[in-house]
Ligand binder design. Structure first.
Ligand code: 5GP
Length: 104
């Protein structure tokens, strides 16, 4: 897949503050927040969209869910947040690198 803004953020080509990172994913504040808390959780592996994930990505997808809980705890919103994934341009996806929106 073509490199994306998130690919460049992950590689450091575009400087960005990681509010959370581990070996499989990073989290950043959304540049155009749609809620008081709007964080993006981005896997380091460049899966284009959720529906392109393969059985081999099962552990990674589970890891992302657990990371969301950790990040929500860190942000103080663990008892009240929404998790959103846009899948495909017709659903509003603009960056073709899987990412999870935490909104609170
Ligand atoms: P999508 O619509 O693809 O699900 O979400 C992409 C999100 O990335 C949007 O909410 C948009 O505001 C955010 N975004 C786009 N470019 C940048 C950027 O350069 N930095 C950050 N932090 N967020 C970005």
């Amino acid at each position: 897949m073509a490199d994306t803004i998130f690919g460049k953020i992950l590689s450091g080509e575009i400087p960005s503050e990681f509010i959370y990172e581990d070996e499989h994913c990073v989290a950043i504040h959304d540049i155009n927040p749609q809620a008081p808390v709007h964080v993006l959780v981005i896997p380091r592996k460049p899966i284009e969209k959720l529906s392109d994930a393969e059985p081999e990505d099962q552990a990674l997808l589970g890891h992302l869910m657990l990371a969301v809980g950790t990040i929500a705890q860190q942000l103080g919103v663990v008892d009240a947040f929404n998790l959103m994934v846009n899948n495909g341009e017709a659903a509003g996806m603009t960056i073709h690198h899987l990412h999870l929106h935490i909104l609170a």
